[in-house]
Design a protein around this ligand. Structure first.
Ligand code: M6R
Length: 364
């Protein structure tokens, strides 16, 4: 049941802290602040490339995973959506690893890629919520999310659970490849273990998110911007808004704004920025100033320090708890999904069963 919530989506949004916590419980050792994943069926130090494939929200989780694997573990990463990867006939490296991400474990395109990359000799690692699924049975190793059943068509808690697994996997690879030391592993793991409490704090900001939702609900088109590791969160926000509120949204890496989409900007197109005050904040800030100078209305998800810097630029900010840059994409996914939910409520759409969509896409 919905446990008194209006929609499964609302219930599942509130389950973010638990989904992250339970997922991490299985794959970390809180006492030593280290990652405790099952032994890989290959030596991570010898892996020439990781090929990430998924669809929809799971693909955006994979995009974040790419940043982590590249920057922490120094592993070359290839990534594409499953429907494209399936027919690219791309060369696969000897000893390569294919990483598939799926909530359901039944998505036809992702399963198709699993099978073709297996044939191409890649080790198959899947990040799945439903472990006893077709993908689960056909993988060399399943890394389970422990998000519990996700009923709402719009993915919520499975997304942060996927990210939690990918973060842990990246630390595990980094340790094996000697690209981080023990202290760094402890700091990164501690920032992950701290997430369930930070995630719970997000729900004290719901009123500020509702205020933002009132502006977004009036729009016909919305632009989402992010940078670096938060760019995929902009994509996730735009997807979720389209999916359940039927408002057209597009996401861009903020640096791409002046290569085209800035021509769209006027008073009627709100710009939603995913902007924690990490190293790339100044660059995002100047992109937002450009958008504002063209009459854009800037709405930002940021932290206390970021909010100060956005004074006079952003019309509305949602101030989120301070977290290590490493885990910022996990935390920021939550308010971005809540925003879509609040807009859908204002629009009166069928939140849990949006038109034309199925929970699991088992046909090509
Ligand atoms: O079950 P999967 O994770 O493989 O599903 C992938 C996508 O279909 C899914 O994430 C979809 O994009 C969601 N409805 C997004 O909210």
């Amino acid at each position: 049941g919905k446990d008194g919530y209006r929609h499964y989506m609302e219930k599942e949004l509130h389950e973010h802290p638990v989904a992250i916590g339970q997922t991490l419980q299985r794959i970390t050792d809180p006492a030593s602040k280290t990652i405790a994943l099952p032994k890989m069926p290959f030596d991570p130090a010898q892996v020439p490339r990781v090929t990430i494939t998924a669809c929809g929200s799971a693909f955006y989780a994979g995009m974040v995973g790419r940043y982590w694997l590249e920057s922490l573990a120094r592993v070359p990463v290839e990534i594409d959506v499953a429907s494209e990867m399936r027919y690219r006939d791309a060369p696969q490296p000897d000893k390569g690893v294919a990483l598939l991400i799926s909530q359901s474990g039944e998505t036809a395109d992702t399963l198709g890629v699993l099978r073709s990359l297996k044939k191409a000799g890649q080790s198959i690692v899947s990040v799945l919520n439903v472990e006893h699924s077709t993908m689960g049975r056909e993988s060399d190793l399943v890394l389970g999310m422990v998000a519990g059943p996700e009923i709402s068509v719009a993915s919520t808690k499975a997304f942060t659970a996927q990210l939690s697994v990918l973060a842990a996997l990246s630390i595990d690879f980094a340790r094996a490849r000697g690209t981080i030391d023990k202290t760094r592993e402890e700091t990164l793991t501690a920032s992950l273990l701290d997430l369930p409490s930070r995630a719970a704090e997000v729900f004290t900001r719901v009123e500020a998110i509702q205020e933002m939702a009132r502006i977004v609900a009036e729009a016909r088109d919305v632009l989402y911007l992010g940078r670096g590791i938060c760019t995929p969160i902009a994509f996730e926000g735009a997807l979720k808004l389209k999916e359940i509120s039927y408002i057209h949204a597009e996401a861009y890496a903020a640096g791409e704004l002046k290569h085209g989409p800035i021509s769209l900007i006027d008073r009627t197109v709100p710009v939603v920025a995913i902007a924690p005050s990490t190293i790339l904040f100044d660059k995002t800030l100047s992109n937002l100033q450009e958008a504002k100078a063209r009459g854009g209305r800037i709405l930002a998800f940021t932290d206390a320090a970021g909010a100060k810097r956005l004074e006079g630029v952003a019309e509305h900010v949602v101030i989120l708890p301070d977290v290590d840059a490493f885990v910022a994409p996990i935390l920021y996914a939550i308010p971005v999904q809540i925003l879509a939910y609040e807009v859908a409520l204002l629009k009166g759409t069928d939140v849990d069963q949006p038109r034309n969509l199925a929970k699991s896409v088992t046909v090509e």
